[in-house]
Design a protein around this ligand. Sequence first.
Ligand code: SF4
Length: 309
Amino acid sequence: MAVSLASRLAPAPADVPVRLRVLSLGAGVQSTTLALMATHGEVGPMPDCAIFADTGWEPRAVYRHLAWLMAPGVLSFPVHVVSSGNIRDDLPAGAQGQRRALIPAFTRTIVPVGDKRPVLDEDPVVGLSRPAGDRVSIGMIRRQCTADYKLVPIRRKLRELVGLAGRRSPKRPVVEQWIGVSLDESLRMKPSAEDWQVNRWPLVERRMTRRDCLLWLARHGYPEPPKSACIGCPFHSDAAWRRLRDGDPDAWADAVAVDRAIRTGFRGIRGEVYLHRSAVPLDEADLTTDADHGQLDLWPNECEGLCGV
Ligand code: SF4
């Protein structure tokens, strides 16, 4: 359930009497700004800690930035790193029928003549040989990765930190989680599904956009954080893919290799699977400017606000 615009822009909750105040750290621009603003005393009360959920497939620049954030004297509170597996290794394994890692990848399927099913997209670029007259449908796989690789390990750590054992949970919030969604991405705000946890979005409370975050960091002499997201995240815009290809050739080669390895698809998923939204092999995708294609920003689909911030 999304949060209504009115409640999204409501004033900050007054001191919620919780046992733990925690910042969800993605190590991107927004959550880094939030963590440093808290350290400067510009957002309060001071969080007890931050939690970084490691999918195992962030670019090296993100891990370097995280190491800096965790260095003594940078933040006023500790950072816990949690994980529930390595998405990079789970993807090829999923394509071999083992553990499934459902990322929002794109599928290309042939819809035979006479099949009246609606297709999401008809694309003249045919990556598969198909009988003349058949249609090509491009679809998107349901996203499960944020829950599996971020929500679950964060939730486990939160319960450990406040001493919630087993399935029993208090019916009132004992944890306040800060999420680094900025005003320009406020559609990604989503209330907690747990009675014992309440979510808070301090950047939205302050009407701060991603650009405002960059300005705040520059004003305080901090480096610009890298974009935090899995190396092969299918939400990447063409600009993001280009940055990866041109700026981090090893990560690009890895994304191309994983893209190739998942082609056969996952159990229960029809068609061939691709990381790029045009559903062609990543190293053959047309990565000219976003504006050329009027590309939709897919990040609002990651509605928990735990990736890419
Ligand atoms: S960055 Fe993308 S692929 Fe990685 S967990 Fe988030 S939505 Fe999934």
